[in-house]
Design a protein around this ligand. Structure first.
Ligand code: PMP
Length: 408
């Protein structure tokens, strides 16, 4: 008998086809690009990666040692789907200090906020159900909701975030089940939803009875201006479900996020999570809870804010010096991204192919548009490169653009 082939050489010939829903989920352009940009010689503005030199590696190592020596067996055992209670309490306390009114029982620990998006879509959406999204929107949320066959209805956004005035008109003809929004330092635009619009949005959700899924991974990373109250803190009727994460403040590799919402809805989400992964890592949950108790979390976030603020400013400065007339970009007050609108005749995917030859990368903006994709936008990440590399990379990128002018 011939030796079995290695798995990579096997083909799925004449085997059952993948489920219909898989054709609805496009493989992420970001993920494909990240493969190329992992090469060390490339200055990548493509990934949504935090600055790795700011990961509190030693504190995380010490927290693992402390948890394993004091509580090792429980930290390595199966646990409840809802999550480690002291961590849920610590999260509830922090949210309440920021104006929310939640309790540990209304919090579900998730594998990053990404799992929260998936669970809400799984629990709520039947094929063809309407979901309102900003235009543009976070790509991996669009993918997660596509898998449940959502019908996207888009609302444009401007420098104050989603244009809620436009939503009022949409609601005359559509009855959505949910609306997905990234209110602070949006991915990909870097923009923040204004307080007036937040209030109006919550009022609309209460009147038209749909859930708002408030995805807020970046809210803690404000380096300019005043914090704007969360949608959850403005809600008195249980229409808001909020997602948070320690990915951008501790490290994404821990995969600890949370979901907070009306208690009965959170119970349904816990049922959905149970069949998906039983629970989030018992060890990582205890490590994060230990860190919140013993580590200078505020001081650490302040370091991240300072660093990202400088990097954002470096990118804004070099964009202003090098980009041609006709290009426009957002001015984020926090988070990790700048959204650039290039002159209309520039195709961002073609620009990327050229940029890779110059050892620079970014994400073409088209895949962030749920429906009609615009081709002349790019997303730039500034958190993962030094100020020097930012200058060098943006200068190289701008040199590729036609009609180069320094008139701005
Ligand atoms: N939502 C948004 C808007 C994001 O940008 C990200 C990370 N790229 C996530 C959710 C997922 O983050 P995590 O699962 O690591 O918490």
């Amino acid at each position: 008998m011939p030796a079995p082939l290695p798995t990579t050489k096997l083909t799925a010939h004449a085997m059952p086809e993948l489920a219909h829903r898989m054709s609805l989920v496009k493989s992420s352009a970001v993920r494909e690009i990240l493969k190329v940009t992992e090469r060390p010689e490339i200055i990548s503005f493509a990934g949504g990666l935090p600055a790795p030199e700011l990961f509190p590696v030693e504190a995380i190592a010490a927290a693992h040692t402390a948890v394993l020596s004091s509580d090792g067996a429980a930290a390595l055992q199966y646990s409840t789907t809802e999550g480690y209670r002291p961590l849920r309490e610590a999260i509830a306390n922090r949210l309440n200090q920021q104006g929310s009114h939640t309790i540990a029982d209304a919090i579900l620990i998730t594998n990053g906020s990404q799992q929260g998006i998936d669970l809400v879509a799984k629990v709520l959406l039947n094929p063809g159900d309407a979901v309102i999204v900003e235009n543009p929107s976070y790509l991996a949320a669009l993918q997660a909701m596509s898998a449940y066959e959502a019908e996207f209805v888009v609302v444009e956004s401007d420098e104050n975030g989603m244009v809620v005035e436009e939503l009022e008109n949409i609601l005359l003809t559509h009855q959505p089940k949910m609306l997905y929004v990234v209110p602070n330092f949006n991915n990909p635009t870097g923009r923040t939803l204004s307080l007036e619009r937040r209030k109006a949005l919550v009022r609309l959700a209460q009147r038209h009875r749909f859930y708002i899924l408030e995805d807020d991974p970046y809210g803690e990373l404000r380096f300019r201006g005043e914090r704007v109250p969360s949608l959850a803190s403005l809600d008195t009727q249980g229409v808001v479900v909020s997602l948070g994460t320690f990915s951008k403040t501790f490290a994404p590799g821990l995969r600890i996020g949370w979901l907070s919402g009306p208690e009965s809805f959170v119970r349904s989400l816990a049922v959905a999570k149970q069949s998906s992964d039983l629970h989030t890592s018992s060890l990582s949950q205890r490590v994060v809870e230990h860190l919140l108790r013993t580590f200078d979390y505020e001081g650490h976030i302040e370091k991240i804010r300072t660093s990202y603020g400088k990097r954002a400013q470096a990118m804004l400065d070099v964009l202003a010096e090098t980009m041609p007339t006709g290009a426009k970009w957002s001015r984020p007050d926090g988070g990790m991204f700048i959204w650039v609108e290039l002159p209309e005749d520039v195709d961002a995917e073609k620009l990327l192919a050229e940029a890779i030859t110059q050892k620079v990368a970014f994400v073409p903006g088209n895949s962030f548009f749920a429906n009609d994709q615009k081709r002349n936008f790019i997303r730039l990440n500034y958190s993962n490169q030094s100020e020097t590399k930012i200058r060098e990379g943006i200068t190289r990128l701008a040199a590729l653009l036609p009609n180069l002018s320094t008139s701005r």
